[in-house]
Design a protein. Structure first.
Length: 278
């Protein structure tokens, strides 16, 4: 009998039991037949193999039983992978080592901007992401409340653009739409596309273009021209209110293409709402 263990299944052993060998009948001896020590039995039966569970000591069995009782129950709930704690990751089904790996990524400056970014982590299996994706809740960034550090954390921004985003917001008195970010110097459409789905404009500030006086128009970043401000005021006084639109201003040559583009990014109070300027 011999015993073999499989290291891939340490709780299982295989017992090989050889059947008892029957003694071969003794052949009659003659003077011409020499006597042999022993003869193998013909047609010997194959060894019997049994699969048995390995026996553990009572202490090991007790520890395993307690471990099974403490087995975690996998939960699903809404979570932000940028803020989830070690315990919350473990409640979601990750091991302690996997949960710590997700947190270490954040500690090194990493950030999950989208759900797809979370799926790229090597500890997040495809089946796990498929289960958790509907519960991933990564809030968008409010461009009217964010500071430069929050802007800097966005993909493709960096400290220079982050400071310009805050500076331009201050000059506007508050953003009216996210598209106004493209009015910042060198902030092109490609850069905007990198963050368009990551930001929103909370408490948008509307531009009362049709009731602003010349001085207020002259100072506004979308205009910044005394001549244009005076032309708009004159045009308003000569045109019926139903024609007060940006397209009409452009067709009349009152604003140039650059001014028109910036004004189109603004949230403009419709004509007729509020009192007309004196």
């Amino acid at each position: 009998m011999r015993i073999e263990a499989n290291r891939d299944a340490p709780d299982t052993v295989y017992v090989y039991m050889a059947p008892p060998q029957a003694e071969a009948p003794a052949a009659p001896q003659t003077a011409s037949t020499p006597q042999t020590a022993s003869a193998a039995a013909p047609n010997a039966a194959p060894a019997k193999v049994e699969r048995r569970e390995a026996q553990h000591s009572p202490v090991v069995q007790k520890v395993r039983a307690q471990s099974l009782k403490r087995e975690r129950k996998v939960e699903t709930f809404r979570f932000n992978p940028n803020e989830a704690t070690l315990e919350e990751f473990m409640r979601l089904g990750f091991s302690e080592k996997q949960a710590q790996s997700l947190i270490n990524y954040r500690l090194k400056g990493g950030r999950y901007h989208r759900a797809a970014d979370f799926a790229k982590s090597f500890v997040v299996a495809d089946s796990v992401f498929e289960r958790l994706e509907p519960f991933i809740d990564i809030p968008k960034l409010d461009i009217n409340a964010a500071d430069s550090a929050a802007f800097d954390a966005l993909p493709g921004i960096g400290p220079w653009f982050a400071s310009k985003m805050v500076e331009y917001r201050n000059s506007l008195g508050g953003y009216g739409s996210t598209k106004q970010l493209m009015d910042i110097y060198r902030f092109d459409e490609e850069r905007y596309a990198l963050i368009e789905d990551l930001v929103y404009c909370g408490n948008p500030v509307a531009l009362p273009l049709w009731t602003m006086d010349e001085e207020a128009m002259r100072k506004h970043p979308a205009i910044r021209s005394s001549r244009t401000a005076r032309s708009i005021a004159l045009w308003r006084s000569t045109m019926p209110r139903e024609k007060w639109t940006l397209e009409q201003l452009r067709e009349a040559g009152v604003v140039d293409e650059g001014q028109y583009t910036k004004l189109s990014h603004c949230l403009i109070v419709p004509a007729g709402e509020g009192d007309a300027p004196e």
